[in-house]
Design a protein around this ligand. Sequence first.
Ligand code: MLT
Ligand code: ZN
Length: 465
Amino acid sequence: MTHTAVLDELMTLVDPGKVLTDAASLEAYGKDWTKHFPPAPLAIVFPKSTEQVQAVVRWANAHGVALVPSGGRTGLSAGAVAANGEVVVSFDYLNRILDFNASDRTVACQPGVVTRQLQQFAEEQGLYYPVDFASSGSSQIGGNIGTNAGGIKVIRYGMTRNWVAGLKVVTGKGDLLELNKDLIKNATGYDLRQLFIGAEGTLGFVVEATMRLDRAPRNLTAMVLGTPDFDSIMPVLHAFQGKLDLTAFEFFSDKALAKVVGRGDVPAPFDTPCPFYALLEFEASSEEVASDALATFEHCVEQGWVLDGVMSQSETQLQNLWKLREYISETISHWTPYKNDISVTVSKVPAFLRDIDEIVARHYPDFEVVWYGHIGDGNLHLNILKPEQMEKDLFFATCAKVNKWVFEIVERYNGSISAEHGVGMTKRDYLAYSRSPAEIAYMKAIKQVFDPNGIMNPGKIFAPE
Ligand code: MLT
Ligand code: ZN
């Protein structure tokens, strides 16, 4: 069959006009927020029902066409990039909240529901969907599940995985499976739901997800604290954790702050210049909690771990402090950063940081290095900014060399080369730094079971053989 005939057949499987092949759509839907791989999809298809997703997967098997799932395309590891003539399956039209169960505190969502849409829906019910990050206004639930998205509240609420009560998936063979039936307790063997979370669409596509909600937090209050060095951040974490239940503990460097404040729309937290900043958040549910926080702050100042600090007194101040952290990623995207998303157990962070910092200082003397991340979870974002005049490919190739040494340290500390962004294509060549050969062989064998023809997001997680 010719390409045209194969695409003609695809068009009969979905609603009229729901297969696009124009250059602008191929460009827009063929990529995520990464800039490493030029998009080159064959077509974009927009199914409007589970049956249509199944029909597309069966069609792809019959014709040996590779499929790439596409949500909000906010990924940072090229997990949703179609660079090799794949058909992109967009979930933009599967974007409805289907059901809310007040007693179970669960919401059934189609995969194209935008994260913020779910957060707002939860708020309308007086509840809370706690997985949150800067891209929540565009990212979709299906993509969050595909990457087991983390973000800024993991220290208290965990990752997306913790909030998925049940899934309906279409496997790479085109079968529809209902996984876990939204149960809290279910001891009936392998939990296939968990296998699909973080699988980056390589086993099948999520067509419905039941997400759990939590009680709404009370009087969230943030502090931004300036520290004299890297080494002071973790004692500050431990001091606050000893007194309060933190809902977030983030950090960023002076370079990150300078870029954000340089935008002109976010005020600096205070005047004292500090090399590093911690942003922490807690529920100031009583006077006692607020005074514990202030006493802990004073203790940290006395110990020399904190140079200056500020605490939010209103919702607007809370939002403004969060903008200092949340705007970093988008602000520095202007410099085409080489991104790292690494993690170790929290106890290893101080030594790990010292080793990574040493490598970075030694090998990136000419590049601007921007640190930030979810340090309370042991997750660091190390971003190297491209010098304005340097050619992109040369810049990425230079960074890739240093990256090897960074990942050797990650391996030595038993850490992860991707804490929350996923492996996609940008990290696939480094998987062996975090997973043993035996583990990778088991992972590949699992893929073979769910996707025997290798049509589901090929080239993601594993390098093509
Ligand atoms: C963040 O923590 O801001 C996000 O993971 C995005 C990024 O790392 O750039
Ligand atoms: Zn992050």
